[in-house]
Design a protein around this ligand. Structure first.
Ligand code: ZN
Ligand code: ZN
Ligand code: ZN
Ligand code: ZN
Length: 148
């Protein structure tokens, strides 16, 4: 999978041929460096998990990631916000209902950008999936070595 050269799909729309170096697991789409940078900045895709293309975790790992990031109240929704008042992770549905009156809703993407993000509890959960991604990478590296 990761060994064959993938092209950036966004660039292909513009009939540009850029080799993809990144992979967005939310869009299930390969991205080049430039598009990846835009992808991480755009509001709609800011919270997407973009991996180096060689490190994109396999489907079963993504399923586990999805479990980790699923909204506790809406299994099909992914958490996008942190409510400081309730000290809870929540999805956009919750944000519009349960946390509608909460003043301290921040997007996870915003929090991740902050250097002090680690003092908030919900971020620990996010840290878990970063660790998880790291472990997956170690696992893959070992696997590769075993093949060689
Ligand atoms: Zn591109
Ligand atoms: Zn994406
Ligand atoms: Zn929810
Ligand atoms: Zn709240």
């Amino acid at each position: 999978m990761a060994s064959s050269k993938e092209m950036c799909e966004t660039c292909l729309f513009d009939t540009k041929n850029n080799e993809a170096t990144l992979f967005c697991v939310d869009c299930n789409e390969p991205l080049c460096e430039g598009c990846g940078a835009v992808h991480r900045k755009q509001r709609l895709s800011r919270h997407h998990k973009v991996f180096d293309i060689g490190n994109a975790p396999p489907a079963e790992v993504l399923a586990t990631l999805k479990e980790l990031t699923a909204c506790p109240n809406h299994a099909t929704e992914e958490v996008e916000y942190v409510c400081r008042e309730h000290d809870q992770l929540c999805c956009s549905k919750c944000a519009n209902t349960v946390h509608r009156k909460c003043d301290h809703l921040e997007t996870i993407a915003d929090l991740m950008d902050k250097p002090n993000a680690s003092d908030t509890k919900p971020i620990v959960v996010l840290g878990q999936f970063e660790d998880f991604a790291k472990k997956m990478k170690e696992h893959e590296d070992k696997h590769k070595k075993a093949i060689e």
